[in-house]
Design a protein around this ligand. Structure first.
Ligand code: COA
Length: 224
């Protein structure tokens, strides 16, 4: 089962919810924007984990007992004062909104991404998308094209996060086969994912993708 939550800056309270480890990390962040995004990501990840731990264990953990960590590559994880550690998480933030997804399996591949729906430069798809993706979007114009390009880009980021690679590899190493739609989906909608292992540093596991639109943003999840 996949759990998810979106939050905005306005939903962060003034109260303390960071652990000492997180406070130390916060002090190291250089810019106001990075600090704001990072805080919103921590807040959203902690709220989601607090909820799913309560749902699965019946335990309500205070937010300042959940530490959200990142490994050297940036991949997020968490530490709890209890030994049970059964979820894998992924974090994304964009334009004052954060999106976090969690799957109920430790070390399972999961990637989440949120993107504001906005038009991209002419030639964006040709630059970053695979031929299979470009073929799906062929002939799309106007807002339909804007939503589709945003969704494919977001899906790629979600897949590359699930593979723990981020944008360290060519975005054409993965194809996110999102069918164009007349109406942006307000519910989770599946899409196929194909990975070109010849372009990846290690073989990718099978992944499935989901996307939806909420308040002018595309949300995507890739999960194995
Ligand atoms: C990972 C990447 C695709 C994120 O895309 P983005 O649009 O800039 O940002 P998003 O808000 O969607 O996602 C950021 C989150 O992705 C996660 N993330 C970062 N690197 C990741 C990776 N290699 N794999 C999985 N998740 C990763 C983090 O949780 C990060 O948020 P946090 O730092 O607040 O915890 C992109 O930043 C990237 O590839 N950067 C290049 C690699 C890099 O600079 N890594 C940093 C090492 S510290």
């Amino acid at each position: 089962m996949i759990h998810w939550l979106t939050q905005t800056h306005h939903e962060i309270p003034a109260c303390d919810y960071l652990t000492e480890t997180e406070l130390a990390r916060f002090q190291e962040l250089k810019t106001d924007k990075r600090r704001a995004d990072w805080l919103l990501g921590r807040w959203t990840a902690k709220r989601l984990l607090q909820t799913v731990i309560w749902e699965t264990n019946g335990v309500t953990l205070p937010l300042d007992m959940i530490t959200i960590t990142n490994n050297a590559d940036g991949v997020p994880d968490y530490r709890l004062p209890i030994t049970d550690h059964r979820f894998s998480i992924s974090i994304s933030h964009a334009h004052g909104r954060a999106f976090v997804a969690a799957t109920e399996r430790a070390h399972a591949p999961i990637g989440a991404d949120i993107e504001l729906i906005q038009s991209r430069p002419v030639g964006f798809a040709e630059e970053y998308f695979t031929l299979a993706e470009i073929a799906l979007g062929y002939g799309l114009v106007g807002q339909e094209r804007v939503v589709w390009e945003t969704a494919v880009w977001s899906a790629k980021e979600a897949v590359l996060k699930a593979l723990h690679l981020g944008l360290s590899v060519n975005t054409r190493a993965v194809s996110c086969l999102i069918e164009p739609v007349a109406q942006p989906p307000g519910i989770w909608t599946p899409f196929a994912i194909r990975c070109d292992n010849g372009r990846l540093p290690r073989p990718a596991p099978p992944l499935t993708g989901w996307w939806r639109v909420e308040d002018g943003f595309v949300l995507t999840i890739a999960v194995g």
